[in-house]
Ligand binder design. Structure first.
Ligand code: AMP
Ligand code: ZN
Length: 149
């Protein structure tokens, strides 16, 4: 889509520091890295959310993610561990409406934090967990391809 910044990067209309490219995917450095080495992997096609993306592209995206996380670890940037992050939808923190996987190095003492109210949270009992699981199982079964795809 013409106004999408990641589509513009794919088209070469905006600059990027490329890490990997093939017919389906592009990986490049995040312009505001959480830590050095923070890489984004995107499908070249404009899918807003995961639900819009075909599974073949999704599999290729994860394959590239696996290869890139290894390369980031081996590249010499400070990296004791890796986080993957994919914000799917605005309420999840998605700011760019074009599917993108974040891959970023982590190390002890870095500044990245996930904010969550762990203390006052009421945890569900087994009955609630089972009921929720059943609801998701049912939804999975009615998907095209079913639970196993
Ligand atoms: P999200 O909040 O998951 O939608 O992440 C969007 C990410 O895209 C942020 O981490 C931004 O720093 C990054 N970003 C935005 N514009 C650019 C750009 N022109 N080049 C590289 N990364 C970008
Ligand atoms: Zn796009």
């Amino acid at each position: 889509v013409s106004e999408c910044i990641f589509c513009k990067i794919v088209a070469g209309e905006l600059p990027s520091s490329k890490v990997y490219e093939d017919d389906t995917l592009l990986a490049f450095m995040d312009i505001n890295p959480i830590n050095e080495g923070h890489t984004l992997v995107i499908p070249k096609e404009h899918f807003v959310e995961m639900a819009d993306m075909d599974e073949q592209t999704g599999m290729l995206l994860f394959q590239a993610t696996l290869r890139l996380q290894r390369a980031i670890r081996d590249s010499g940037v400070p990296c004791e561990a890796i986080n993957l992050f994919l914000a799917d939808g605005e309420a999840a923190g998605q700011e760019v409406p074009h599917v993108h996987m974040h891959i970023f190095p982590r190390f002890k003492g870095d500044a990245f934090r996930v904010h969550y109210d762990w203390v006052s949270k009421q945890w569900p009992g087994r009955e609630q967990l089972d009921a929720t699981a059943a609801g998701i199982r049912n939804a999975l079964e009615v998907q095209p391809g079913g639970a196993t795809a």
